[in-house]
Design a protein around this ligand. Structure first.
Ligand code: PLP
Length: 387
């Protein structure tokens, strides 16, 4: 077979590769601490699992409408209106198998070949990969490490030109955990209006904010019409394997996205949507407890990392990642992550897996037990002291 050239423009997430390498070492009997993959280590709450079982028994096993079950779209719209102040109705919501398809469809729908998309760097690697698959040109814009990984607005402004179509935002942020301050969001709003841009706002970590304020970009005046909000159930309800996400966008785009769903997935599994609907209407105590636990772990990891000579780690306000700077002359971030895995038995991700600006950093996920986090950081400290 001969493969299409576009395959050369895709990259796959390093987190899955590192997970596989860690698992392979474990299969050979090595003790491995996993601080790589970004998924809650909690189980999906029982009432959500029960709702899925009930839905299966009730016959929710057939095709549903491409953009999602009407009652579920209405529940999402009501919830996001109330909790995130996004002025949406059911017709603005498209349900997808995970949040990633929304990123995929949004780029396909908004970008012509040669259009430019500005993506903060470091960033979730799939943004750039999908944009390139859509024939767009990726323009990275740096985050300011010295300002808690806030966007550098001057640098961003300098990157906007007549071909710029889309700005990608992600707050709380993967990999740094940073939450964009309201002042930055308001300045971004001005830029979006001035240059007639569309925004893809990845709000998937929007419930995981430990202090300060988190504002959904689509809730700012005039921004709903220009924003595709990407969100889902993977992180908040510990439902990564269920594949349940959604996008919120203006109605015409929602219709195009439904057509893209029709052409790719037909629909999102209907019993999974019923479980998602139950999640929205059910108790939030487990979610609240999980987030409280993440906060405790964040503090523990930040403190333990900062106690290691040569390591500097800020205290991010959101998500479940830390992004420490590690001074290690002679080793790139990738070499360091490789050696930490092979020699110390800790899975981490090199900052460069998220863009060139990640050189000198590692990303650690603290979605792991306190015991494993302590052991993982201990191993990192020991490696840095002796290797
Ligand atoms: N966006 C960001 C920033 C993420 O970190 C992830 C998952 O790691 C996703 C989107 C994908 O979410 P889902 O598993 O719902 O497709």
């Amino acid at each position: 077979m001969r493969f299409a050239q576009r395959l050369g423009r895709i990259t796959t997430a390093a987190s899955f590769d590192m997970l596989a390498r860690g698992r392979a070492l474990e299969a050979r009997g090595r003790s491995i601490v996993h601080l790589g993959i970004g998924e809650p280590d909690f189980d999906t709450p029982a009432f959500i699992r029960d709702a899925a079982k009930r839905a299966l028994d009730e016959g929710w096993t057939h095709y549903g409408p491409a953009p999602g079950l009407p009652e579920f779209r209405a529940s999402i719209a009501a919830s996001w209106r109330e909790r995130r102040a996004i002025p949406c109705e059911a017709r603005h919501v498209v349900v997808t198998p995970g949040a990633k398809p929304v990123l995929f469809f949004a780029m396909l729908a908004l970008l012509e070949a040669g259009d430019e998309v500005i993506i903060p760097s470091p960033a979730f690697p799939n943004y750039g990969s999908i944009a390139q698959l859509a024939d767009a040109r990726v323009v990275p814009t740096p985050l300011r490490a010295d300002r808690g990984f806030d966007l550098d607005l001057d640098a961003l402004r300098a990157r906007i030109n007549a071909r710029t179509r889309v700005l990608v935002l992600n707050s709380p942020h993967n990999p740094t955990g940073a939450v964009l301050p309201d002042a930055t969001l308001h300045a971004l709003r001005e830029l979006v209006l001035e240059h007639d841009l569309a925004v893809i706002a990845d709000d998937i970590y929007g419930d995981m904010v430990y202090e300060g304020r988190y504002t959904a970009f689509a809730s700012l005046p005039g921004m709903f019409e220009r924003t595709v909000t990407v969100d889902g159930f993977s992180k908040t309800w510990a439902m990564t394997g269920w594949r349940l996400g959604f996008g919120i966008m203006e109605e015409a785009l929602a219709r195009h996205m439904a057509a893209l769903m029709n052409n790719s997935n037909s629909c999102t599994a209907t019993f999974v949507q019923k479980a998602g609907d139950a999640a929205l209407h059910g108790p939030r105590d487990e979610v609240v407890a999980m987030i409280a636990e993440f906060r405790v772990r964040r503090d523990l990891v930040v403190e333990a990392l900062n106690a290691i000579p040569g390591v500097r780690c800020g205290r991010p306000a959101g998500a479940f990642y830390v992004f420490p700077r590690i001074e290690r002359p002679g080793l790139t971030a990738e070499q360091l992550a490789d050696r930490l895995l092979d020699e110390a038995g800790v899975v981490t991700l090199p900052g460069t897996a998220f863009g060139a600006e990640g050189e000198g950093y590692l990303r650690l996920s603290y979605a792991n037990s306190v015991e494993n986090l302590r052991e993982g950081v201990r191993r990192i400290g020991q490696f840095l002291a002796t290797a």
